[in-house]
Design a binder for this molecule. Sequence first.
Ligand SMILES: [Zn+2]
Length: 236
Amino acid sequence: MAVPGFVALTGPPAVGKTTLAAKLAAVHGAQVFRLREFAHDVRHRIDVDPALFATEDPLGWLPDRTVRVLLDSALGGRGRNGVTVLENLPGTIIQLRTISEIGRRLGLPVVVIELTASDAIVIGRSLARRVCPACEPDLDADPHRPARAAAADSSTCATCGNPLRRRRCDGTARYELKLRRFRSRIPGIRREAAPSTCLTRPSTPPPARTTACDEWWPRSAAPRSSRACPPTSHPP
Ligand SMILES: [Zn+2]
């Protein structure tokens, strides 16, 4: 059993975060927290003030103060029960501070993993990846998780046989905006996270391997909130 704690998994859109999170769940028994899905559930509760979800962001991202409320609600009461992967977090320095505060409060270590790849690679991956609207729970008809294509017909889902499709924002100006935003914000997040950040360059394709995880996440040693991360690679 891995040491309890939070693994914040960030990286440019289409770098393979969802795939790595799924592998961490399979290999380490980690729970995967997706802010987007949690926010969707909370938003549809009858006792929630709709103003909490007001945003003027062109990508529809929630303000940091809203993210704080959601993370406090989702993670703040969590016991020391295993590894929780925070997929696609932090998106901002403030979000990282919120996660660190929650970790401190709970006495749990926080490690940030950044998956790195060039624009050419992630744009190529965004054009190639497909999702399955039938297999994924419907979130505003905008499925996100990567789906595996059938061997006989790459346009259909290997699991259910229904047609696969692109993610709604892939191959659009929205994707470019997400990528530019990530590139502009990650230097500040790196500075804030150091020295508890692992930079991991995924092999492409297939996406990120999990073998390195055994090296940076202790299975039995005492948790440390910041630790040197082998093997470290720095983006260009
Ligand atoms: Zn399917």
